[in-house]
Design a protein around this ligand. Structure first.
Ligand code: HEM
Length: 200
């Protein structure tokens, strides 16, 4: 058996629940660092950033599934788990922000006065219908074609997530630019694929 065959065989043996368990490790790691004073001078902000960045990484992983399949690495079985994990991290990220402010007027002011928060919220809201329909019953009820159309919301959601990150940093740090470059590359691959499947 060649190397890619061995990898494919190995991946087939990985149970999906293991992806959920491993996917929660960054959350517990963040919590552990928070409880042991390992998050620096602004622990709440650091936790918020850690959870936001992890959410974005999972969303990007979802987007990478199709190009990887084309390259011979089939991770389609794990797509739903990765999507659900990204939603869980967005909820935790949002939860830390809400707990940090703990006042509706402050939350409202942040939401309307800070464009990066508005953009983040828009990305988060787009993920809600995706999370609610990430189950077999929803696929059956909507039918595969409508379900697939609905799940194209992943593309604006991940783009807004990347823009949200770019907007909140000052100057031109490498990380958000790199995330955005990866998002644009993966999206252009998806758009090319959609054009091939549904030519104008
Ligand atoms: C649901 C509404 C959201 C709110 C209210 C929100 C709010 C915030 C806040 C307050 C920060 C920290 C800013 C600082 O450094 O002081 C942040 C950072 C961040 N958020 Fe969000 N966000 C939301 C949604 C999202 C979504 C949907 C994603 C990605 C899919 C995301 C990804 C990030 C990233 C990557 C960072 C920066 C992490 C870093 O600095 O390493 N956020 N967000």
């Amino acid at each position: 058996m060649n190397r890619s065959g061995a990898i494919a065989m190995g991946l087939r043996r990985v149970p999906v629940w293991m992806v959920y368990c491993l996917g929660m490790v960054p959350a517990f790691w963040g919590l552990w660092l928070g409880l042991t004073g390992g998050l620096g001078a602004e622990p709440v902000r650091a936790l918020e950033q850690h959870l936001g960045e992890t959410a974005l990484q999972f969303l990007i992983a979802v987007l990478a599934i199709t190009p990887l399949r084309r390259a011979g690495v089939n991770l389609v079985r794990f797509r739903r788990a990765l999507g659900v994990l990204s939603f869980v991290y967005v909820c935790l990220h949002l939860g830390v922000w809400l707990l940090d402010l703990r006042s509706w007027p402050l939350i409202w002011a942040d939401l309307v006065k800070r464009p990066y928060i508005t953009v983040g919220m828009a990305a988060g809201l787009l993920l809600v219908p995706l999370a609610l329909t990430s189950n077999d019953r929803a696929v059956r009820r909507l039918g595969p074609a409508r379900w697939r159309r609905l799940h194209r919301l992943t593309y604006p959601a991940v783009s807004l997530g990347g823009v949200h990150y770019l907007m909140l940093v000052k100057g031109w740090p490498a990380a958000p630019i790199l995330y955005m470059a990866v998002i644009i590359t993966l999206l252009s691959f998806r758009i090319r694929l959609l054009r091939v499947r549904f030519p104008a």
